[in-house]
Design a protein around this ligand. Structure first.
Ligand code: CAA
Length: 448
C-alpha cells in the first residue's frame, strides 16, 4: 500500500464579515465577559444571505485547486462532510462536480457523510481507507468539510460560526495519519439534533452536549492509548502513553473554553492511570482527586479549577495556537477540527513541527467521536512538502483581519432574513454580492 497517507495541502474559507462578541454581550444584555472569557470567543463569522453550504464548498475547492495547480483529472475521490443540508437527497459533492466539468473528469468516487460535526473526520478516514485499499486508482483524494453554524436567539447563539476546509489527501504526506491508531466512541444521544426541516437551527441541550463531548473524549482517549501501547509492546516498549507523547493536541472546538477544559481532561485521564508515586511527583495540585471515577466527575467544579491550573502550561504549549481561527471565527462544525489544524500550522515553523505527533479529537453530537493522530514528516527544508504546507497557512491572521465588522443589530437582521429565506424554492436572495470576498463562488441552489 502507499506509505504515509495523509494531508498534502489544505485551504480554509470563512465568511467576509463577523460580529464582535463584546458587542454581542452588550446587545444581549448578559454580563461582560460571558462570551469573551466564559466561552473564550472574541469574534463570530457568519454568512450573508448570498451564501449557502454549496457556495462555501465550491469556493474552498476552487481555491485549493488553484493553490496546488494540480490538473482537475488528478483527483479520483472527493468526499464531503457536512451537516448543513439543503437537499435531503442530492449530495453537496454532486454540486462540486460542476468545477470538474471542463476537465471532463467525471470518474470521481465519494459522496456526503453526515453526523453533526463528525462528517469531516469520517470523510478523511474514508479517503485514507480508499487510498490504502485495492480500489485505489493511483490518484489523489480530496476531503471537503464545511458548515454554517447558526442558533436561534438565546444562550447558544454566540457559539455559532461558519466556514469550510478542503484537504488534498495523498501518499508521502507531510501530515501522515498514524495507521491503526483510532480510538472511537459512538452512542445514541439527543444532545444536539436537527428535527425541524423548516429551520436552519438545531435543537440543543447545551449542558448535556458538554457532558457527552467529555465522556466521548474519555472513551476515545482510553481506546487510543490502549492501541498505541499495544503497538509499542509488540516493538518491545512497555511504558504507558501520556500527553507527553503528543507534541500538539487539537480538538473539535464548539467554543474555545471547552477545548482548554478538554486538554485538562486528558491530563486527568493520565493522572488517574498513573502510579501513586507518579501522581505525587508529576501532577501537583491534583492529589485530592485520587481514586475518583471519570464518569463521576463531569460536573465537579473544584476538579475543573484544579485541572485548568495544573494543565495551563501544557495547554499553552500544545493547543493554544490551534484555537486562533476558532477564537476569531467561531464554530465551523465539521471543519472546526481542520481549521484548528490550519491554525496550528500557521503559528509554528516547519522546523518546530518536524517529527512531531499531533493528536486530534473529533466530536459530532448524536454521537460519533474519534481520537487519532498525525505524524509530521522530518524534512522541514525549504521547498519540502511540509514547508509548503506550513507556508500556505501563514496568511490566516491577515485574511481574518481583512473581514468587515458588523454590528449586532445588522447581524440579527441578517439572521432574521436567513430564517425567512430558508428552503425557499424558485428564489434568489436580494441584495448585492459585494460583501463577499472577491472570487467567492455563488451557488445556484436557491434558484432551484
Ligand atoms: N465572566 C466570565 N465568565 C463568565 C461570565 C462572566 N461575566 N458569565 C458566565 N461566565 C462563564 C460561566 O461560569 C461558564 O463557565 P464554566 O462552564 O467554566 O463555569 C461559561 O461562562 C458559560 O456560561 P453558562 O454555562 O452560564 O452559559 P450558558 O448555559 O448560557 O450557555 C452553552 C453555554 C451551553 C455552551 C451554550 O452556548 C450552548 O448551548 N451552545 C451550543 C452547544 C455547544 O456548543 N455544546 C458544546 C459541546 S457539543 C459539540 O461540541 C458539538 C457542537 O459543535 C455543537
Amino acid at each position: 500500500w502507499p506509505k504515509d497517507v495523509g494531508v498534502l495541502a489544505l485551504e480554509v474559507y470563512f465568511p467576509a464579515q463577523y460580529v464582535d462578541q463584546t458587542d454581542l454581550e452588550k446587545y444581549n444584555n448578559v454580563e461582560a465577559g460571558k462570551y469573551t472569557v466564559g466561552l473564550g470567543q472574541t469574534h463570530m463569522g457568519f454568512c450573508s444571505v448570498q451564501e449557502d453550504i454549496n457556495s462555501l464548498c465550491l469556493t474552498v475547492v476552487q481555491r485549493l485547486m488553484e493553490r496546488t495547480q494540480l490538473p482537475w483529472d488528478s483527483v479520483g475521490r472527493l468526499e464531503v462532510g457536512t451537516e448543513t443540508i439543503i437537499d435531503k437527497s442530492k449530495a453537496v459533492k454532486t454540486v462540486l462536480m460542476e468545477l470538474f466539468q471542463d476537465s471532463g473528469n467525471t470518474d470521481i468516487e465519494g459522496i456526503d457523510t453526515t453526523n453533526a460535526c463528525y462528517g469531516g473526520t469520517a470523510s478523511l478516514f474514508n479517503a485514507a481507507n480508499w487510498m490504502e485499499s485495492s480500489s485505489w486508482d493511483g490518484r489523489y483524494a480530496m476531503v471537503v468539510c464545511g458548515d454554517i453554524a447558526v442558533y436561534p436567539n438565546g444562550n447558544a447563539r454566540p457559539t455559532g460560526g461558519a466556514g469550510a476546509v478542503a484537504m488534498l489527501i495523498g501518499p508521502k504526506a507531510p501530515l501522515a495519519l498514524e495507521q491503526g491508531l483510532r480510538g472511537t466512541h459512538m452512542e445514541n444521544v439527543y444532545d444536539f439534533y436537527k428535527p425541524n426541516l423548516a429551520s436552519e437551527y438545531p435543537v440543543v441541550d447545551g449542558k448535556l452536549s458538554i457532558q457527552c463531548y467529555l465522556r466521548a473524549l474519555d472513551r476515545c482517549y482510553t481506546s487510543y492509548r490502549q492501541k498505541i501501547q499495544n503497538q509499542w509492546k509488540q516493538a518491545g516498549n512497555d511504558r504507558p502513553f501520556t500527553l507527553d507523547d503528543l507534541q500538539y493536541m487539537i480538538f473539535h472546538t464548539p467554543f474555545c473554553k471547552m477545548v482548554q477544559k478538554s486538554l485538562a481532561r486528558l491530563m486527568f485521564n493520565d493522572f488517574l492511570s498513573a502510579s501513586r508515586d507518579t501522581q505525587s511527583n508529576l501532577y501537583k495540585g491534583l492529589e485530592a482527586f485520587r481514586g475518583l471515577k471519570l464518569e463521576d466527575t463531569y460536573n465537579n467544579k473544584d476538579l475543573d479549577k484544579a485541572l485548568l491550573k495544573a494543565s495551563q502550561d501544557t495547554f499553552d504549549k500544545k493547543t493554544k495556537a490551534s484555537l486562533y481561527l476558532s477564537t476569531h471565527n467561531g464554530n465551523m462544525y465539521t471543519s472546526s477540527l481542520y481549521g484548528c489544524l490550519a491554525s496550528l500550522l500557521s503559528h509554528h515553523s516547519a522546523q518546530e513541527l518536524a517529527g512531531s505527533r499531533i493528536g486530534a479529537f473529533s466530536y459530532g453530537s448524536g454521537l460519533a467521536a474519534s481520537f487519532f493522530s498525525f505524524r509530521v514528516s522530518q524534512d522541514a527544508s525549504p521547498g519540502s512538502p511540509l514547508d509548503k504546507l506550513v507556508s500556505s497557512t501563514s496568511d490566516l491572521p491577515k485574511r481574518l483581519a481583512s473581514r468587515k465588522c458588523v454590528s449586532p443589530e445588522e447581524f440579527t437582521e441578517i439572521m432574521n432574513q436567513r430564517e425567512q429565506f430558508y428552503h425557499k424554492v424558485n428564489f434568489s436572495p436580494p441584495g448585492d454580492t459585494s460583501s463577499l470576498f472577491p472570487g467567492t463562488c455563488l451557488s445556484r441552489s436557491y434558484a432551484r
